[in-house]
Design a protein around this ligand. Structure first.
Ligand code: 4AD
Ligand code: MG
Length: 472
């Protein structure tokens, strides 16, 4: 008999029809006259209720069906008498695929997320992680659909690279060298000439530099892939392995970049509200009572566009009025998350796109501002970088217009001592038919955090990688 998914069974109304469902037992309640089994197969947050007449089934067998067991049920679809569901299945036959011992770590309700992280291989079977993973899938579909519909090409950039896009030196090395027997040259440096690639290589921190090659050929591209950062940040917002979406567009200026960032995020949020109703309703009830309201609020609000210099002025003003921050925020400082959260959650109460940051705190590739948007009338102090700051999350997007002028870009590369031998291919975009262009990077898991209302980034990716943790 053909199996029907729970999500489809719950839509059926042809009462009396014989159906077959398969899944994992969420709960099993017994009484003398009747047993109720709530069955879930991952296709939806909702369970289908199986009603069992104990006299019809081997008693011994029935008793063994506990939370977590995997079974197949054949029976008649009937209209439900109980509350909260319209259909249920009157079991005729139950086949046990796999029983689940009393030591099943996911059987108790109300376990902490921290506890469940130790069982990342099993936590997927809980309601919360099912909901999060289905939403994660939906967000990936939203992203591909958005860019496809807007004429962007999905462009694959390498994961193994010899360049450090963000220049922060937070890269994981890739080598086949014998670490117990490293050859060094006269200066005591490791000789990579006999390594697999004949040079030092790492896992990428961003696909942007290669993405720019795609954009300056295809017009508009986006990447969507794993990204690696060896930053020792043990925070609820950082992963060592995360997924990033990086669109890159030829002939795009700062205004258009901000329009894209805002339109894109709103599209994703709307997709979730339209396509993940049941999962969002569950998370709204169990995890975060303000979730759906917050998501709807994003669609209604116009993001604030705030130059960094103006942001600093607002923060200084707040300090004068008695607001206390842990970290300093003078012009030139990189904003800490307490500053970003003050602006977004207290001052404006909506998302903020901060722009025109001091050059010194941003990456080498950002376009240097012309005089009129500079700091204190001085030219060349700020760059056309944008960070999209979100309530609860902080920075969700980082992007910029790119410096397309060969000499200015070269100047930055030299000023920052970036090794030129690694950058010649990148500079060729500025040498041969250079064009104005812009792009951004969205941290996929930060988007999922926002859309699910989950508190810790380790709980929105199936198998998180963080300092001291590469389990599973
Ligand atoms: O601001 P970032 O470092 O920007 C770039 O990498 C640019 N090359 C992007 C571009 O312009 N194409 O990173 C972009 C986003 C951040 O805003 C954040 O959402 C996410 O990536 N991100 C992380 N997410 C999880 N864990 C980490 N360790 C992250 N680091 C950055
Ligand atoms: Mg950033």
């Amino acid at each position: 008999m053909k199996r029907t998914k729970v999500v489809d069974v719950l839509q059926l109304r042809d009462f009396g029809a014989i159906v077959n469902v398969k899944g994992w037992v969420r709960t099993h309640r017994s009484s003398k006259a009747v047993d109720f089994i709530a069955l879930n197969d991952g296709s939806t947050i909702n369970n289908v209720q199986i009603v069992v007449d104990p006299s019809k089934v081997d008693d011994n067998l029935l008793k063994q069906i506990t939370t977590g067991s995997c079974i197949s049920v054949v029976g008649a679809l009937v209209e439900s008498q109980g509350q909260g569901q319209t259909v249920e299945i009157q079991a005729d036959e139950i086949e046990i695929y796999g029983l689940c011992g009393n030591d099943y770590p996911m059987q108790k309700k109300g376990q902490s997320f921290e506890y469940m992280r130790q069982f990342a291989h099993l936590r997927l079977r809980t309601n919360t992680f099912g909901a999060v993973m289905r939403i994660r899938h939906n967000m990936a579909m939203a992203i591909h659909t958005y860019f496809h519909e807007h004429g962007y090409f999905y462009f694959h950039t390498p994961l193994i690279t010899a360049s450090d896009c963000e220049g922060a030196g937070q890269m994981f090395q890739v080598t086949t060298k014998n670490l117990y027997d490293l050859k060094k040259n006269e200066d005591g440096k490791i000789d990579y000439s006999d390594d697999f690639f004949g040079k030092q290589t790492s896992l990428t921190v961003s696909g942007q530099l290669e993405g720019e090659l795609g954009a300056t050929a295809l017009g508009a591209i986006y990447t969507f892939g794993p990204t690696f950062r060896a930053e020792n940040s043990n925070t609820p917002r950082h992963l060592a392995e995360f997924w990033m979406i990086e669109p890159e567009v030829a002939f795009m200026n700062l205004e258009e970049l901000m329009d894209l960032e805002e339109d894109f995020i709103k599209y994703c949020v709307k997709w979730a509200l339209d396509n993940c109703k049941d999962d969002l309703a569950f998370l709204n009830k169990m995890i975060d009572k303000g979730l759906i309201e917050r998501l709807e609020g994003i669609l209604k609000s116009e993001f604030v566009r705030l130059p960094y210099t103006e942001g600093i002025r607002i923060l200084q003003e707040a300090i004068q009025k008695g607001k206390k921050f842990e970290f300093p925020c003078q012009w030139g400082d990189d904003l800490a998350s307490e500053h970003e959260r003050y602006l977004v959650e207290e001052y404006f109460k909506k998302p903020v796109i901060m722009t025109n940051y001091p050059k010194a705190i941003k990456a080498f590739y950002m376009k240097i501002d012309e005089e009129e948007s500079g700091y204190n009338g001085k030219s060349g102090q700020t760059v056309q970088g944008t960070d999209v700051l979100f309530p609860q999350i902080g920075e969700i997007i980082g992007g910029s217009v790119r410096e397309e002028n060969y000499d200015k870009l070269m100047g930055e590369i030299q000023a920052r001592n970036i090794p030129m031998k690694d950058m010649s291919w990148y500079l060729d975009t500025r040498k041969y038919g250079s064009c104005p262009h812009a792009g951004f990077g969205l941290g996929f898991e930060r988007l999922i955090l926002f859309v699910t209302g989950m508190q810790n980034i380790r709980d929105v990716i199936p198998f998180p990688r963080t300092p001291n943790n590469a389990e599973f």
